[in-house]
Design a protein around this ligand. Structure first.
Ligand code: NAI
Length: 253
C-alpha cells in the first residue's frame, strides 16, 4: 500500500461505477478509509467489498440519492460515526441527458440539476462542518462545463455550475483549511459514456477514437481520472484551491 491518504477518511459519491469506483479503489490503496455512496446500493456494496477484501474494515457502502438532503446527511454521519472523522469528499455522482432544449422535459432539466448541482451544495453543507481538521473537496465537472457541447443543454449548464460553485466554496472555506477543486474529465470509458454511444447509435470503437474530440486518439480511463482526483485530494496539492483541473487528453485544445 502507498500512503498518500494514510489516516484519512473519504466519501466518494457515485462510487458504484466508472470514475467513482476507480477513485474509491485508489483512495483505499493509498490508505484512506472510504464511504462508498451511490443510489445503486448493490453496486456500492460491490465496490466496498472489493476494498474490504484487501483491507478488512476499510470501506462501508451507503445507498444514497445525492439529490436528497436526508440521504446526504446520512452519508456524512456514516463517515464520522463509522470512521471517526472526515477529510476528503469526492462529489462525483452525475447523470446526463442527451437532448437540446427542444426535446428536454422540465422534469428532466430539474432532475439533472438536482443530481449534478444540488448534490454538491447538499454534500458540502453537511461535510464541511464535519471536516474539523481541515480537508479537501473534489467536485466532478466536465470539459463540457468549460467549453459547452452539443445536444446536452442541461448537462452543460449543470457542469458549468459545478465549476463555479467550486470557486465559491473554495473562497468561503479556505480559512477553515478546506480546499475545493474540480476535476474536469473529457470523454472517459465508463458505463455512462458507452451508454451515450449506444444511444447515439455509434459503434464504440469508432466513437472512442474519434479524432475531432480526442487528439490522443482514445478516450480516457477511469483510473487516469482517479489519479488526478488523488492529487487534488491529498497533500501534494496543498496550495491548490478553487482550480478546475482538466483531464481530457487535449480535447479542450
Ligand atoms: P457512471 O454512470 O459510470 O457512474 C455514475 C455513478 O453515479 C453511477 O454509479 C450511478 O448509480 C451514480 N448516481 C447517479 N445518480 C445518482 C444519485 N442521484 N445519487 C447517487 N448516485 C447516483 O458515470 P461516470 O462516467 O463514472 O461519471 C462520473 C462523473 O463524471 C459524473 O459526474 C459525470 O458527469 C462525470 N463525467 C464523465 C465523463 C465521461 O466521459 N464518462 C466526462 C466528464 C464528466
Amino acid at each position: 500500500m502507498n500512503a498518500q491518504l494514510k489516516g484519512k477518511v473519504a466519501i466518494v459519491t457515485g462510487g458504484a461505477s466508472g470514475i467513482g469506483r476507480a477513485t474509491a479503489l485508489l483512495f483505499a490503496e493509498e490508505g484512506a478509509r472510504v464511504v462508498v455512496a451511490d443510489v445503486d446500493g448493490p453496486g456500492a456494496e460491490r465496490t466496498a467489498a472489493r476494498i474490504n477484501d484487501a483491507r478488512p474494515g476499510a470501506a462501508v457502502a451507503v445507498r444514497a440519492d445525492v439529490s436528497d438532503p436526508g440521504d446526504c446527511r446520512r452519508v456524512v454521519d456514516t463517515a464520522t460515526g463509522t470512521f471517526g472523522g472526515l477529510h476528503v469528499l469526492f462529489n462525483n455522482a452525475g447523470i446526463i441527458r442527451r437532448t437540446t432544449a427542444l426535446d428536454l422535459d422540465v422534469e428532466e432539466w430539474d432532475r439533472v440539476m438536482a443530481v449534478n448541482v444540488r448534490s454538491v451544495f447538499l454534500m458540502c453543507k453537511y461535510a464541511v462542518p464535519a471536516m474539523t481538521e481541515g480537508g479537501s473537496i473534489v467536485n466532478t465537472g466536465s470539459g463540457w462545463g468549460l467549453k459547452g457541447g452539443g445536444n446536452a443543454l442541461s448537462y452543460c449548464a449543470s457542469k458549468a455550475a459545478v465549476v463555479n460553485m467550486t470557486r465559491a466554496l473554495a473562497i468561503d472555506h479556505a480559512r477553515a483549511g478546506i480546499r475545493v477543486n474540480s476535476v474536469n474529465p473529457g470523454d472517459t470509458d465508463t458505463p455512462m459514456l458507452r451508454d451515450e454511444a449506444r444511444q447515439l447509435g455509434e459503434d464504440w470503437t469508432a466513437f472512442a477514437t474519434d479524432a475531432a474530440d480526442r487528439p490522443m486518439g482514445r478516450a480516457g480511463t477511469p483510473e487516469e481520472i482517479a489519479r488526478a482526483v488523488l492529487f487534488l485530494a491529498g497533500d501534494a496539492s496543498s496550495y491548490v484551491t478553487g482550480s478546475a483541473l482538466v483531464v481530457d487528453g487535449g480535447g479542450l485544445a
